[in-house]
Design a protein around this ligand. Structure first.
Ligand code: FE
Length: 237
């Protein structure tokens, strides 16, 4: 049996157990979400490195909260919102691309965005891309330095909470911002890299100085290999 199948069986078993347990304490409203949503079909992917691996630029404490509380919390909310509904059988990317703006979109996109964010970073990252991605950056931004300036500006200037992205849009590289849970897939763009600029991404380490977090992430943590692999995949039908 696949892990997914095991998860579904376990979820069903836990739902029955939870319904029995909760019925003794208080009535459950019709259509209420299953309380054991952590075992639903959407799961928290493992971090691609240890929670201390991005230190000192992003501390263990930040990763512990950001991944272990925020990211995990979005998975729980997504499972709650989709429990017993057709959306539970759709892929995360389908939900991000198609569901109307609202709580379900927010949960799905925040799960997708955070998984993409962890993969956009790595210990001993930063530097510059190579190969055809480097050539495309030079073509579309003029130089890597000009790309870097645009990306830093986008991450630093975004008002409120959101994300800065390097995307491929109709064959051209662009830097874009999205607010809150926004995701470039909604605009038909292909994300290559992202940086989370919600306060929870940096406040423990940098307090209100977002620019220091942005500079450290760009120069020390961005994973250009991940961007290159997304770029290569985007070029294929
Ligand atoms: Fe975040």
């Amino acid at each position: 049996m696949s892990n997914n199948g095991k998860s579904l069986l376990l979820a069903a078993a836990l739902c029955v157990w939870a319904a029995a347990a909760s019925s003794a304490a208080e009535p459950v409203a019709p259509g209420a979400a299953a309380p054991n949503a952590e075992t639903g079909p959407f799961t928290l992917p493992p971090l691609p490195y240890g929670e201390g691996a991005l230190s000192p630029f992003i501390s263990t404490e930040t990763v512990r909260y950001h991944y272990g509380k925020h990211h995990k919390g979005y998975v729980t909310v997504l499972n709650n919102l989709t429990a017993g509904k057709p959306e539970a059988g759709r892929t995360l990317e389908e939900l991000v691309k198609t569901v109307p703006t609202g709580p379900l979109f927010n949960a799905a996109a925040q799960v997708w965005n955070h998984t993409f964010y962890w993969n956009s970073l790595k210990p001993n990252g930063g530097g510059e891309p190579s190969g055809d991605l480097a050539a495309a950056i030079a073509r579309d931004f003029g130089s890597f330095a000009q790309f870097r300036e645009q990306f830093s500006q986008a991450a630093g200037s975004l008002f409120g909470s959101g994300w800065a992205w390097l995307v491929l849009d109709n064959g051209k590289l662009k830097v874009v911002q999205t607010s809150n849970a926004g995701n470039p897939l909604r605009q038909g763009q292909t994300p290559l890299l992202t940086l989370d600029v919600w306060e929870h991404a940096y406040y423990i380490d940098y307090r209100n100085v977002r620019a220091e977090y942005v500079e450290a992430a760009i120069d020390r943590l961005l994973d250009w290999g991940f961007a290159q692999s997304n770029f290569a995949k985007a070029g294929k039908p």
